[in-house]
Design a protein around this ligand. Structure first.
Ligand code: 6GU
Length: 215
């Protein structure tokens, strides 16, 4: 799956995407992430990308020209929908995340900064708006990283076989959110013992215990 991210701060993404599971997914060619610095598209002699709002009010807005040129240029490389990351967007859920992965080979993520973007970019180029929760971040970059991470888990081969969500009802509940308590060695830690049944080797009993303790 391919992501193209339009942002004023591409460097914010590099360390998160360059470690662990997402690094492996990129190395294996299962995940491609490309960055486009909106400022590079500014035709202003000082590479300005923001301006004051018509009608007054607090803060600055991202001006349309650099956004328009950046997104239209990226659309030549990526045929997926343009998703604007904004606290006003639809809330990202497990179901929406899965749907994004299943129905798209590629996505374009637009990260807003300042008080927002000129409305004409929404009208002309944005297909969908997503938020990651009921709070306001300083920009869409962290939210875009959340989308890349959560969506990538549904790309076949990104998670190891043992982790990949199976489609039986039990695993569906698990991949939905519910989890049973996990224990690893040692068997006793600070006086707290791992439940006997998990050490019994009785797989039917273990599954029964796990189902009972889903939360
Ligand atoms: Cl997508 N952007 C910003 N700036 N804040 C957020 C958000 C997005 N989702 C939740 N808060």
């Amino acid at each position: 799956m391919r992501f193209d991210i339009c942002t004023l701060f591409p460097d914010m993404f590099t360390s998160y995407l360059s470690d662990s599971i997402l690094k492996r997914a990129r190395d294996k060619g299962l995940l491609e992430v490309h960055f486009h610095n909106i400022r590079d598209y500014s035709k202003d002699k000082h590479k300005k990308v923001d301006d004051t709002p018509y009608g007054g009010g607090a803060g600055m807005l991202m001006t349309p020209q650099p956004l328009y040129d950046c997104i239209t240029s990226v659309k030549k490389l990526n045929s997926g929908p343009v998703i604007f990351m904004t606290p006003q967007g639809q809330k990202l859920t497990h179901t929406r995340t899965k749907r994004l992965a299943r129905s798209n080979d590629s996505l374009i993520l637009l990260c807003g900064r300042y008080e927002g973007i000129d409305e004409r970019i929404r009208d002309l180029l944005v297909d969908k708006e997503l938020s990651i929760g009921d709070y306001v971040l300083t920009g869409g970059e962290l939210a875009a990283m959340v989308v890349v991470d959560a969506v990538s888990r549904f790309i076949p081969g990104v998670l190891g076989d043992e982790n990949s969500a199976k489609e039986d009802s039990f695993s569906r509940r698990l991949s939905g959110k519910k989890e049973y308590p996990h224990y690893t060695k040692p068997a006793v830690f600070k006086g707290l013992e791992v439940p006997e049944v998990l050490r019994s080797g009785n797989h039917a009993k273990i599954e029964e215990w796990r189902k009972k303790h889903l939360r």
